[in-house]
Design a binder for this molecule. Sequence first.
Ligand code: HEC
Length: 200
Amino acid sequence: MSNSHGADPAFWRAGAISATVVMLVILGLLSVNSLTVITAGGSHVPPYTAINQQILYRYDPVKGYDMPVIGGEDLLFGRRYDPEQARALVTRGKLVIQTKACIDCHTFFGIGAYFAPDLTKSWLDPAWDQLWMPMTGSKTREEAMVKFLIHPDRYPTWSRQMPDLHLTQQDAEGVVAYLKWMSAINTNGFPANFGHAPQP
Ligand code: HEC
């Protein structure tokens, strides 16, 4: 046999090492790119101050699904949060959601359970205006959400009921801020067929 490359282990080793190095570089570039896309203020995720704005959900005929659109000013709890206050409130909501294990029953971004409604776009759920605002005697959506979250057992609308998880007023306000901010995230149309209120 002649001394061809195919029989030489050094040839294969060099190939494996260079392929691994090239793929590691690509993995690094993709990770950096994903981070810029998924951080608040990135191309798919709004800044936390989106909680000061109206969140609309409009059908995009080119993409073939609904896209969140950030509209004009629509203050949450009648307050205008600066970037640091908005970040702190949304973060509090995230920590409440994590510590109370809401994903045992609900789904966020496709992660969690389907015992209870998907919460990814819950802020846009017409049930807040149509059912919970009159039921809780609230003038705003966020007020109705806070009242429901503090006493979900008092305001049932469904065949399954949410248990009282002993959220404080501040916990509930954080959760509402988190849900409003989350609804403005471009999730490529997830969850599919979400029935939202008619959009102006
Ligand atoms: C044991 C299961 C369970 C857990 C845990 C749970 N929920 Fe629920 N949740 C439900 C059920 C069931 C409903 C539907 C209740 C109804 O409509 O009367 C619901 C409804 C909701 C809604 C209204 C959704 C909509 O748009 O219709 C929100 C918001 C919500 N839950 C938030 C939370 C948060 C935040 C947590 C964690 C702090 C949580 N839930 C934990 C069962 C659960």
